[in-house]
Design a protein around this ligand. Structure first.
Ligand SMILES: Nc1ncnc2c1ncn2[C@@H]1O[C@H](COP(=O)(O)OP(=O)(O)OP(=O)(O)O)[C@@H](O)[C@H]1O
Ligand SMILES: [Mg+2]
Length: 590
C-alpha cells in the first residue's frame, strides 16, 4: 500500500498553524481595539480638561476678537492641539491654526456634530478626517455658559495618529514573538507528526500482512499512548483470528476428507439450483470435474431432467425426498437419490443431493430372484416325476411287479437327483456365508489332486480313459479350505470324465509362479460351443440340458467351482475347442 503524501499528521500540523495565526490575528485586533479605545478616552479626558481651562480664559475675552485670537494662538503654540472658539450662531471667533484675516472666511461651524452638541449644552465629541490638516482628528467641544445662556463653544481638536503610532510600536514585538512561536510550533509539530506517522505506518504495514493472512509478525510498539493500546489490541485480535482460522480450516479439512471418501455422490445446491459443492464420487457419476462446476446449474451438470424434477418437488414441499433413478452412461446405473432440504444454518446451501449406487444391490437381487426361480424349477422336475410314478403305482401298477420295480427304480433315481440338487444348493449357500474364512489352512494341492485321482480311479477305468498326471512330486502349498478345494477338483474331474469321449485322455498339470499356482485339467471330450463358453460358470447352465440330466448333472458344478475360487481370491477359466476337448484352469494365489 502506498501511504498518502499529505497524511493526517501533516494535515493536523497545517490546521494547528492556521488556528495559531487566527488566534494571533484575533488577539492583535482585540488588543489594538482595546488600546485605541483606552488611548482615545485618555485623549478625550485631557482635551476636555484643556477645553474647560480655555473656556475660563476665553470668557472675559469674548468681546475682544483680536485678543482672543492672540491668546488662543499663544495657548496652542508648541502643541498639536487646535483650539477654536465659536459664537452661539456657529461663526468662528478665534482659531489657533488660522490668522485673524482668515477667520471671517471660515465656514459656519454650527453643524459640526461636536459643536451642535455643545450648543445644546451637552458634551460634544467627534472623530473625523480633517481636510484642513489631512489627518484623523478628535474633536471635543464644551459650551461657554453664563447661567443658562450659551455664549459660545470652546472646541479643542487633536490628531489621533499618535494612537496609531503607539499601536504600531506595540505590534512589532508581538509579531516577532508570534512568528517565533509559529516557527517553534511548526518544528515541534513536524517532529511529532514524523514520529506519529512512523508509528502509524508500522501498524498499517503489519495490518496489511494480516489482511494477506500472514501472521508471522507482531506489531512492536513502544510508549504508553493510544497507539500502543491499538497495537496491543491488534496483536491480540491477530492471535484470536489465527486460531479461529486454524480451527475453521481443520473443520473444513475434516468435512472434505469425509466428502472425498464417501461412497455416495454428494452435490450441494443453492436455492437457484446452482451447484455449490460436488464430491469426487458425484464427479465420477456425472463425468464432470468439480473444478468446472463454478456457476453451473444442476441440469447442466447432470443432464437428467428427472433429477431436476425431484429437486423441484423437494424444494416446493420443503421436505426430504428420495427416489430411484437410472443413469445411462458407459454402464447403466441405478441410483437412489435423496434430496435433503436445509431450512436453517446454511446461507448458501439449500439442498443436498445424495446419490447412492444401487446397481450392485439390484443386480444381486435379480440374481437371487433368478436363482430362486431356477431352483424351484429344478426341484419341480424330479418331484413331478416322483409324484407321477407314485400315482401310477397307487393306481394299480404295484400289482405288476416288473413294472412296479422299474417305477420304484426311477423314483429312487429322481430322489437321488433331488438329494444332489439340495446338497449343491446348500453348498453354494455355505460358500457365500463362509467367504471370509476360506484361506484358513495351508493345503498341498498335489496331494489333494492325487487323492481325487484315487477316488475316480474306478470311473476312469470304467470309461477306458487315460489319465496323464504331470503334477510334480513336490508339495504345492497354498492357503485355503481343504474340503472346498477338494470339491473344486472333484467337480472338474467329474466333468472331464462325464463329457469325455470313450477312450479319451485327461491331462493334469500345474504351473507354479511366485504369485500363485495354476492347476489345469484338460480333456479330449466333446468341447463347448464357442457361444456358450462364457456362460458355463453360471448356475444351472448346461450346454445340452437333456444329456447333462441324463448324466445326473444339476448344472451347479462349475458355479460352485467359480464361487470357491473367488472365495480364495483366485479365479477359474475355460478354453475349449468344440469336438476336440476342453481345458479348465484354476488359479490359487500364494
Ligand atoms: N469338460 C467339459 N467338456 C465339455 N463340456 C463341459 C465340460 N465341463 C462342463 N461342461 C458344460 O458345462 C455345463 C455346466 O457344467 P457343470 O459342471 O456346472 O454342470 P453339470 O456337470 O452339467 O452338472 P453337475 O456338475 O452339477 O453334475 C455342463 O452341462 C456342460 O454342458
Ligand atoms: Mg459338473
Amino acid at each position: 500500500m502506498e501511504f498518502p503524501k499529505f497524511g493526517f499528521a501533516k494535515r493536523l500540523l497545517v490546521l494547528y498553524s492556521i488556528t495559531f495565526i487566527l488566534v494571533l490575528l484575533v488577539t492583535d485586533w482585540t488588543l489594538s481595539h482595546f488600546l485605541q479605545k483606552r488611548d482615545l478616552q485618555e485623549l478625550q479626558r485631557s482635551l476636555t480638561r484643556q477645553s474647560v481651562l480655555i473656556r475660563e480664559l476665553a470668557i472675559p475675552l469674548l468681546g475682544d476678537h483680536k485678543r482672543l485670537q492672540k491668546e488662543i494662538k499663544t495657548i496652542a503654540a508648541g502643541t498639536d492641539v487646535r483650539v477654536t472658539i465659536v459664537d452661539p450662531e456657529g461663526a468662528v471667533l478665534a482659531d489657533s491654526s488660522e490668522n485673524l484675516e482668515q477667520l471671517s472666511k471660515m465656514e459656519n461651524h454650527a453643524l459640526r456634530p461636536e459643536v451642535a452638541a455643545a450648543l445644546k449644552k451637552e458634551a460634544g465629541m467627534s472623530i473625523r478626517y480633517s481636510m484642513t490638516l489631512e489627518t484623523r482628528m478628535l474633536y471635543i467641544a464644551v459650551p461657554i455658559l453664563e447661567r443658562v445662556k450659551v455664549l459660545g463653544v470652546v472646541r479643542t481638536a487633536m490628531p489621533i495618529t499618535r494612537v496609531d503610532e503607539i499601536l504600531a510600536s506595540v505590534r512589532r514585538p508581538i509579531m516577532f514573538t508570534a512568528l517565533l512561536g509559529i516557527l517553534i510550533v511548526l518544528m515541534a509539530g513536524m517532529f511529532f507528526s514524523n514520529h506519529l506517522t512512523k508509528r502509524i505506518r508500522r501498524i498499517t504495514s503489519v495490518a496489511e500482512r494480516y489482511a494477506r493472512e500472514d501472521w508471522s509478525e507482531k506489531i512492536l510498539m513502544d510508549g504508553r499512548d493510544e497507539l500502543k493500546m491499538l497495537a496491543d489490541t491488534m496483536n491480540q485480535m491477530a492471535a484470536t483470528l489465527r486460531s479461529r482460522i486454524k480451527d475453521l480450516e481443520s473443520e473444513k479439512g475434516k468435512i472434505s476428507v469425509i466428502l472425498n471418501h464417501m461412497n455416495e455422490g454428494v452435490i450441494a445446491v443453492d436455492r437457484h439450483k446452482q451447484i455449490v459443492i460436488m464430491n469426487p464420487m458425484a464427479e465420477k457419476i456425472f463425468g464432470y470435474l468439480a473444478s468446472d462446476i463454478h456457476g453451473k446449474s444442476l441440469i447442466e451438470v447432470t443432464r437428467h431432467p428427472q433429477i431436476e424434477r425431484i429437486v423441484d418437488h423437494a424444494f416446493k414441499e420443503q421436505k426430504t425426498t428420495s427416489e430411484e433413478i437410472q443413469i445411462s452412461g458407459e454402464i447403466r446405473k441405478t441410483l437412489r437419490l435423496s434430496v435433503v432440504i436445509l431450512k436453517e444454518h446454511a446461507r448458501d446451501i439449500q439442498g443436498i443431493l445424495v446419490f447412492h449406487d444401487m446397481t450392485e444391490l439390484r443386480r444381486l437381487e435379480n440374481v437371487r430372484k433368478e436363482f430362486v426361480t431356477h431352483v424351484s424349477h429344478e426341484l419341480r422336475t424330479p418331484l413331478t416325476a416322483i409324484k407321477g410314478f407314485v400315482e401310477t403305482l397307487l393306481g394299480g401298477a404295484f400289482k405288476d411287479p416288473p413294472a412296479g420295480e422299474r417305477f420304484l427304480k426311477i423314483i429312487a433315481e429322481e430322489t437321488d437327483r433331488l438329494g444332489r440338487l439340495v446338497e449343491d444348493i446348500l453348498t453354494i449357500g455355505e460358500i457365500e456365508q463362509k467367504i471370509d474364512f476360506m484361506k484358513k489352512d495351508r493345503i498341498d494341492l498335489a496331494s489333494e489332486l492325487s487323492f481325487v485321482l484315487e477316488q475316480f480311479k474306478g470311473r476312469v477305468e470304467k470309461n477306458k480313459l487315460i489319465v496323464e498326471n504331470r503334477i510334480p512330486g513336490k508339495p504345492l502349498l497354498v492357503p485355503g479350505d481343504k474340503d472346498k478345494v477338494h470339491q473344486v477338483f472333484v467337480n472338474l474331474f467329474d466333468n472331464a470324465i462325464k463329457f469325455n469321449k470313450p477312450e479319451g485322455k485327461i491331462v493334469l498339470s500345474a504351473d507354479q509362479k511366485p504369485e500363485g499356482i495354476t492347476i489345469t485339467v484338460e480333456d479330449t471330450g466333446i468341447g463347448i460351443p464357442e457361444g456358450t463358453q462364457g456362460r458355463i460358470f453360471e448356475r444351472f447352465f448346461r450346454v445340452d440340458k437333456a444329456r447333462s440330466k441324463e448324466l445326473g448333472g444339476t448344472g451347479l458344478g462349475l458355479a460352485i467351482v467359480k464361487h470357491i475360487m473367488e472365495a480364495h481370491d483366485g479365479h477359474a477359466s475355460c478354453q475349449s475347442t468344440p469336438g476336440q476337448g476342453s481345458r479348465f484352469s484354476v488359479f490359487f494365489p500364494a
